[in-house]
Design a protein around this ligand. Structure first.
Ligand code: SAH
Length: 404
């Protein structure tokens, strides 16, 4: 069975979806993303579909399909669990010369949904003579190759636009950057990088990409941050696309605000791509959820860069008085003084502590102690320190095939 592949441009066009189960649930988001006006006819619908309807993103007619429903549709998806209904929907579409996908019976279906993936402006659709599993595995292989950068071609139409993207690279493991972050990194002509951003992400860049190591900038009369801002803005004004790659999330103790301001002030287009912050991902990687239903209902992320005292903007006493989770970043040096301040504020000296070093990397180490011993317990940068009941309840994660 061979098909003729086309790309439907559905913007503003009505698409009839009959049936509100898991197949419709999987297809509808992409129809909506393509700009289709989705009309859903189904007596029941999945929560996701119900939410779309409630948000006004699709029109849901809560009833059985009836003849005539597809009259204004350009494209029909018959996805009920009743083959007779699907057949009737398909037959009516055929009579009206409207393409219809029957989800239950590929053989009887005039149109097929192909296994699809998209990355960085490229979309790939695969069909494999009616073998959906084979199509899906080939799609997965192509998708993985596109993501890994093993499969790429220079773009002809859309040169990267000049500007800056402030990209959070995630906590350490190169796989934990977001899809958007990776996509922009691949387009970068200049990358201004941080010490804590995963090195593997830089290794995959082409030789023509200029990598500016922020740690090695000459300070001169200016601070490093001013130098970083200047480099980013200069290159963008030269017409380059610059990615500022930072560990974790750039807006969590990452001076992202200053970088954003510098771009805005210089009139440089800027996109902010959030990253997975070590403040949450670090504990998670050590089996510690920062909140737990019925145990802890709040968590605070504080920097320990400045020790407790008049210089610090953190109300350590209030944190000590509370019973939520306290997550400390940049606190290795001042951990003893911070522990004392928390205890002075009312936190139990026996409060559980976990120190997660090099979180999510192959060098991840977790140490444990109680709050009163934090100052004398070994700890090395970079570390996330987690204090509170959730730390005592740290889970041991059973090994997975990701462990090496
Ligand atoms: N913007 C970053 C934090 C920058 S401050 C984020 O959102 O994660 C730098 C501090 O982050 C380090 O001192 C350390 O406390 C923490 N940190 C960053 N990466 C880490 C990692 N892989 N393991 C443990 N702590 C980490």
């Amino acid at each position: 069975m061979s098909v003729y592949e086309v790309g439907l441009r559905l913007r503003g066009k009505t698409v009839l979806v009959v049936g509100g189960g898991s197949i419709a649930g999987r297809r509808v988001p992409r129809l909506l993303a393509a700009g289709a006006r989705v009309r859903l006819v189904a007596p029941e619908a999945t929560t996701t579909l119900t939410d779309y309807a409630a948000a006004g993103e699709l029109r849901w007619e809560r009833r059985e399909w009836r003849s005539g429903d597809g009259d204004d549709a350009w494209f029909v998806l018959a996805a009920t669990d009743d083959p007779a209904v699907n057949a009737a929907v398909a037959a009516e579409a055929e009579a009206a010369r409207t393409w219809c996908v029957r989800a239950d019976d590929a053989e009887a279906s005039d149109a097929w949904t192909l296994a699809q993936t998209a990355f960085d402006g490229v979309s790939v659709a695969v069909s494999a003579s009616g073998d959906p599993r084979r199509a899906a595995s080939i799609r997965d292989a192509i998708g993985a190759a596109l993501h890994a950068g093993d499969l790429d071609a220079p773009r002809t139409r859309t040169a990267p636009r000049a500007g800056v993207a402030l990209v959070g690279a995630g906590p350490g493991d190169a796989d934990l950057i977001t899809l958007r972050g990776l996509e922009l990194l691949r387009r970068a002509e200049v990358v201004v990088s941080d010490r804590l951003a995963p090195q593997e992400l830089l290794d995959m860049l082409g030789d023509d990409v200029e990598i500016v190591d922020a740690a090695k900038l000459p300070y001169g009369r200016h601070t490093t941050q001013e130098q970083i801002n200047a480099v980013m803005v200069e290159r963008a004004l030269e017409g380059k696309f610059v990615v500022r790659l930072k560990g974790g999330d750039g807006f969590v103790f990452g001076r992202g605000a200053e970088e954003l301001d510098a771009c805005v002030e210089a009139g440089v287009p800027v996109e902010v791509v959030p990253g997975l912050s070590s403040s949450i991902a670090g504990p998670a990687a050590a089996g510690i959820p920062v909140t737990e239903r019925g145990v802890v209902h709040d968590f605070t992320v504080a920097t320990g860069h400045v020790p407790p005292g008049p210089q610090s903007k953190v109300n350590w006493e209030a944190l000590g008085a509370g019973n939520g989770t306290v997550v400390l970043l940049m606190a290795v040096k001042n951990r003893g003084a911070i522990a004392e301040a928390l205890i002075a504020g009312g936190r139990s000296p026996d409060a559980a502590v976990r120190i997660v070093e090099n979180a999510t990397t192959k060098n991840q180490t977790v140490r444990e102690c109680v709050l009163s011993d934090l100052g004398v317990t070994e700890a090395h940068h970079p570390a996330v320190i987690v204090i509170g009941d959730v730390a005592a309840r740290a889970r041991t994660l059973p090994r997975t095939d990701r462990d090496r």
